[in-house]
Design a protein around this ligand. Structure first.
Ligand code: HEM
Length: 122
């Protein structure tokens, strides 16, 4: 049961993370991509990361907490750069948003591996 939930969450994180990465990169390159599609995919990635962090909270508490913070940082940085015009910091925020997004995808994989290993050793 736990394994199938974890598998689903990793799949959601992979697909939605890649979709958010692709749509964000396209819009950065100047193509018109509806922002709500990007935000919906990114939001699902964040929910999957938080779900995995919840499942791993007793196995890897520090890592799970870190994943919660990174997950929260993805939309916060994305929306801040949309709302505020920060001049020279704009580019830095764009890179930070991308790094947090990639970090979220990576953390989903790491958390899932930790959970799978613990299930195998039971
Ligand atoms: C809930 C999650 C997310 C929200 C709310 C969000 C929000 C945004 C917004 C508002 C923009 C446009 C900023 C602008 O036009 O100035 C943007 C751009 C972008 N996003 Fe996201 N995003 C999310 C998740 C992700 C994820 C998971 C990735 C990568 C894996 C990602 C990668 C990008 C990239 C590459 C851009 C273009 C460069 C930039 O403006 O930073 N985003 N995002």
């Amino acid at each position: 049961m736990k394994e199938s939930i974890v598998k689903t969450m990793v799949l959601v994180a992979r697909l939605c993370g890649l979709f958010a990465l692709g749509s964000g990169t396209l819009s950065w390159a100047g193509y018109t991509v509806p922002l709500y599609i990007h935000i919906a995919a990114g939001g699902l990635l964040v929910i999957a990361v938080w779900g995995l962090a919840f499942q791993a909270r007793l196995l890897a508490t520090g890592l799970a907490l870190f994943a919660v913070v990174v997950g929260a940082g993805i939309p916060v940085v994305g929306l801040v750069q949309l709302r505020l015009q920060l001049g020279e910091f704009q580019l830095a925020l764009q890179w930070l948003h991308l790094a947090a997004g990639l970090g979220g995808i990576g953390l989903a994989e790491i958390l899932a591996k930790r959970i799978r290993l613990s299930v195998q050793t039971l």
